[in-house]
Design a protein around this ligand. Structure first.
Ligand code: UDP
Length: 256
């Protein structure tokens, strides 16, 4: 595996050519970035946790009929996925006002939305991932109308499923970001859920304390980032055996 070909290095992951045609290896790094890369840190063990958490979520989604790129986890930091042509959009689903939406509309974080909403952002770091409408997406040929419909429908199904899954663990799913890709098999094109779903890409609040168990701990300098991710893994029942030593076990993080 030493001489494998590097395909792409992103902020939190590296993609290598997979062992068979049509496959890719996704390597989870410990790096965390925010605010267009202006903030950067290495959080020991984050990659291992996200690999496990994303595996668990992708497998669960697959079991309820959501088509995903996930094939299998290879080791602590890597998973094998189906190669796909990534649609250059970040699809954000929101249940509660937070983050950019709170800022944009001036509504306090934590205010519930009357209904879940799906937003699209054009994936372009140099432009700061701008919010775009269906009109922009079709005019720019980033995706076809039927692909937008499919991403909307899948995203809402994923939201229903994940909201219930996290609710059962005492966690509110506030919002999250998805990415989709086109997969071509036997000349048939299918839209697959791609990338990862982890506390890096979701807002997860403890239902009792409202404590943040996600990347906002890093963005907002709240501390205890890896401990929060460990807590999510623990509640999902998947604490990896060999996570970098934290012999005290997972600790609940506090805001001060
Ligand atoms: N998100 C993400 N990657 C991005 C932007 C957002 O994973 O490049 C996630 C983020 O973690 C949150 C949701 O998408 O769960 C909505 O983020 P928002 O638009 O509020 O932006 P933020 O406040 O995170 O900059």
């Amino acid at each position: 595996m030493k001489n494998r070909k590097l395909l792409y290095e992103g902020k939190a992951k590296i993609l290598y050519e997979g062992p068979e045609p049509g496959t890719i290896i996704q390597f989870f790094k410990d790096d965390a970035t925010a605010f267009d890369n202006k903030k950067h840190a290495t959080l020991e063990g984050k990659g291992v946790l996200n690999n496990r958490i994303s595996e668990h979520i992708m497998v669960s989604l697959d079991s309820v009929g959501i088509p995903t790129h996930f094939i299998k986890r290879l080791n602590m930091r890597e998973q094998l996925v189906k190669k796909c042509e990534i649609i250059p959009l970040e699809v954000v689903v929101r249940n509660i006002f937070a983050g950019q939406l709170s800022k944009r509309l001036g509504i306090e974080e934590g205010t519930p939305l009357r209904r879940s909403i799906v937003e699209f952002y054009y994936k372009d770091d140099a432009l700061g991932d701008p919010l775009v409408s269906e009109e922009h997406i079709t005019a720019m040929n980033w995706a076809m109308p039927h692909e937008i419909d499919e991403m909307m429908a899948l995203s809402l199904r994923i939201n229903d499923f994940l909201s219930g899954l996290f609710r059962g663990l005492g966690i509110t799913l506030v919002d999250f970001k998805l990415e989709y890709g086109r997969n071509f098999e036997n000349d048939i094109m299918r839209i697959l859920l791609a990338d990862e779903i982890s506390p890096d890409s979701c807002r997860l609040w403890d239902m009792k304390t409202n404590e943040k168990l996600d990347k906002d701990r890093f963005r907002r300098d709240l501390g205890g980032v890896t401990e929060a991710y460990q807590e999510v893994a623990r509640r999902l029942g998947i604490m990896p055996e060999n996570t970098p030593a934290n012999h005290a076990g997972p600790v609940l993080v506090s805001d001060n």
